[in-house]
Structure formats: C-alpha cells, structure tokens
Design a binder for this molecule. Structure first.
Ligand SMILES: Cc1cc2nc3c(=O)[nH]c(=O)nc-3n(C[C@H](O)[C@H](O)[C@H](O)COP(=O)(O)O)c2cc1C
Length: 255
C-alpha cells in the first residue's frame, strides 16, 4: 500500500512508478482526507509506503494531519518507507515523518529523496520543456533505484537530497510554513472562466465559488499550489510573483 499526496503530479508519478514495480495499490491522501478514511487494514501488506512532496524543508500539513488520524490495523512491523519528491533539498522532512510515525508505534525503515521539477512558483520559474524533460529523465533514474531498494526492502537512509545540515535547514524554513502561510496572496483575474476546477482539486476545501469565481475562505491552506498551477486560463495568481513564472503539471502522468 502506498499513501501519496501530490498537487502537480511529481509525487503521483513517483508513487505510480514504484507501485508498478512493487505491485502495490496507491491511496491519494487528498481523497482519503475528504472521505475521512483513516483506517486501513495492512495485515496482508508487505510494504507500506508514503510518497509526498517537501514543503519548506518539511512535510505538507495534510500529511501530518493524515498521520495523526491514521489507524493501521494489522500492523506488525512491516517495512515502512518514505519517498520525498523535491525541487532540490528535503532538509529533515524524513525526521518529521519518523517522529509522527513513532507516535503511532510505527518504525520508518527507509527514506529516499527524488529531485524533480520545483513547483514553488512564488519564488522560482518553471523551466522550459527541454529542461523539464532532462530533470524528469534524471528523476526516473532516482525513482527506479528507489523502487529496486523498496522491492528488496532495503533498510536505511537512501536520501541523497537532504542537503547540508538538514536539521538546521528545517528548523529555519519550516516555521515560515507552519505559522506564516496564508491564502491572502491568491488573486483571481478576469480571465477566470468559472470552470470550478480549482475548488474541485483543492486539497483542503479552502476555496468557495461565488458566482463561479473562487474565493479563499480559509485563512490557511495546505499551500500545495494546485489551484495556481492547474487553472486552465492562468487566472489564479500569487500576488504579482507568479505571473511570469510559468505553470507546471508533470507531463508524464494523468492529472
Ligand atoms: C509550498 C511549497 C514549498 C516547497 N518547498 C520546497 C523545499 O523546501 N525544498 C525543495 O526542494 N522543494 C520544495 N518545493 C517543491 C516541491 O517539493 C516539488 O516540486 C515537488 O516535487 C512537488 O510535488 P507534486 O508535484 O507531487 O505536488 C516546494 C513546493 C511548494 C508548493
């Protein structure tokens, strides 16, 4: 069983590629949280995986929320692994995960890091098609290495993207996400075609449509940026920052 969260497809692609090697089923955390599905029977599972993106050198809030609620019946020290997709560095996101799992009596057996396309457009530009393809080709090598290790149930720290002083990085960056994130910077332009996709895909019900146009009615969201990236007319913007920074969805996986 592989639990994954993904806004722009990198982690979905990674989870599905690993699942094809390990012959496991995948569970999308957004849908699990929406349907309040927190209990899973893992008695027949050999491996339990989590594939999630890194936010501010730590875990997306939906992942910690899900883990607090999660109840695994039939858990008996199976192999549990974490795959972090990132733009460049994961910091100590795996340490956060290990702590959350420990509270549930679950041991993290192995961790992996996969550098992919960085979707944080409030700060970075999405590269051109050629660079995206190069980055995804390289990511595939990392994913296939990880999948082989996972199939063999290799134990340990396989993450080559933690960066220097991962604990310090997380301690410095994560509070900005944990305490400072806000839906205020989202703006909608008149290019909005009132399709409602943003509300449909929102991971945490932060969007309400008024006359078909989105408004962020929650002060905080997961900050996955799915609405920003997937708006078909790019009518959703992040203040002025994202106007020229492009949009991204992993071209190798179905949304
Ligand atoms: C709010 C936010 C914060 C991010 N912070 C980091 C980070 O600290 N380090 C990093 O390497 N990438 C960071 N990223 C990039 C994502 O981790 C990366 O693009 C990931 O593969 C996206 O996964 P997805 O396509 O499954 O949503 C961040 C992205 C977002 C949206």
């Amino acid at each position: 069983m592989i639990f994954y969260f993904s806004a722009t497809g990198n982690s979905k692609y990674t989870a599905e590629r690993i699942a094809s090697v390990t012959d496991d089923r995948t569970v999308f955390l957004r849908d699990a949280v929406r349907s309040r599905s927190y209990q899973y029977d893992v008695s027949r599972e050999t491996r339990i995986g989590f594939v999630v993106p890194v936010y501010f050198q730590g875990l997306p809030s939906i992942v910690s929320f899900f883990l607090e609620k999660l109840h695994l019946t039939g858990y008996s020290d199976q192999y549990v692994y974490l795959v972090l997709t990132c733009g460049e560095t994961t910091g100590d996101a795996a340490g956060q995960m290990a702590k959350l799992l420990k509270r549930k009596g679950i041991t993290l057996s192995a961790q992996f890091g996969i550098p992919m396309v960085d979707n944080y457009i409030p700060m970075f530009k999405i590269p051109g098609e050629e660079t995206i393809n190069e980055q995804l080709d390289q990511a595939e090598e990392y994913i296939d290495d990880a999948a082989r290790a996972i199939r063999a149930m290799g134990i340990g720290d396989y993450n080559r993207c933690a960066g220097m002083a991962p604990g310090v990085r997380t301690a410095a960056a994560y509070p900005v996400y944990a305490h400072g994130r806000s839906t205020k910077p989202f703006v909608v332009t008149e290019e909005c075609i009132k399709c409602g996709l943003c509300q449909e895909i929102c991971a945490c019900g932060a969007i309400t449509l008024f006359g078909g146009t989105p408004e962020w009615t929650k002060p905080h969201c997961v900050m996955c940026l799915g609405c920003l990236h997937r708006c078909p007319t790019q009518a959703i913007r992040w203040k002025h920052a994202s106007e020229d920074n492009g949009r991204y969805y992993n071209p190798r996986v179905e949304p």
